[in-house]
Design a protein around this ligand. Structure first.
Ligand code: ZN
Length: 147
């Protein structure tokens, strides 16, 4: 059975990459990019994506897989330095039934702070989009701690 991914007319992440939507970029190169999640699950919640439109984990090539996780590690170190969380979650969903809402592979990195409910599962619908100005500020703070 093929994985059933969300169907939309346009891919919001490809729109971001084409600079047709405001996006608080943290990093962009030829293979991958990262940006502040508009739905701020926790201060410093970010997404890592491949530049190429690849719907799920199974569609990534070896270079993309490696680049996504190498950058995730750099981002987590920067987030620890910038905001001092006590932990962090790294997750991604493949297919509508798994909770995938954008059919362009994306890895979530969510810092976890003292006093939060341990192991809380985040639901996208629980969070409002935050203004681009606030996202740009967070991107700057993270970039200051990237090697
Ligand atoms: Zn896309």
């Amino acid at each position: 059975m093929p994985i059933v991914v969300p169907q939309r007319d346009t891919c919001p992440f490809c729109e971001n990459l084409a600079d047709r939507r405001p996006c608080a970029w943290i990093h962009r190169d030829e293979v991958i990019a990262s940006f502040v999640n508009p739905r701020l699950y926790g201060k410093g919640a970010v997404l890592v994506i491949p530049i190429r439109h690849a719907p799920t984990l199974l569609d990534l090539n070896a270079e993309e897989l490696s680049a996504v996780f190498a950058h995730a590690q750099e981002l987590i170190r920067a987030l620890l330095a910038a905001y001092g969380p006590e932990g962090f979650s790294v997750f991604q969903n493949n297919g509508v039934t798994a909770g995938q809402s954008v059919a362009h592979y994306h890895l979530h990195i969510v810092p976890r702070y003292a006093g939060e409910e341990p192991g809380r599962i985040f639901g996208e619908g629980e969070f409002q989009r935050i203004p681009i100005e606030e996202r740009l500020q967070i991107a700057e703070e993270i970039k200051q701690h990237l090697g």
